[in-house]
Write a protein that binds this ligand. Structure first.
Ligand SMILES: [Zn+2]
Length: 83
């Protein structure tokens, strides 16, 4: 299990793919993945029980909008391996 903090980023351009979960919902929920991703600003859980494959090789997205504080979060850079 690991807890990862996402990077707060400026509002993405209109053509970007932004996941906007409803309040209290996760942007992405896996089944038995090892990782939890939290908002870089307010630490709300945005993705839970996800693995590398689901986050980086599943449905593509550019950012996640935190339903609690409204900040846009991108995946942490150090998780980008061998692309
Ligand atoms: Zn937040």
């Amino acid at each position: 299990m690991s807890q990862k903090e996402m990077r707060v980023v400026p509002r993405p351009p209109a053509e970007a793919i932004v996941l906007e979960p409803e309040a209290g919902k996760l942007a992405l929920e896996g089944t038995d993945g090892p990782d939890t991703y939290r908002c870089g600003a307010c630490k709300t859980r945005l993705m839970d029980k996800v693995g590398h494959m689901e986050v980086f090789h599943g449905e593509p997205f550019d950012a996640v909008k935190c339903p609690k504080c409204g900040k846009y979060n991108a995946l942490p850079e150090d998780d980008h391996h061998h692309h």
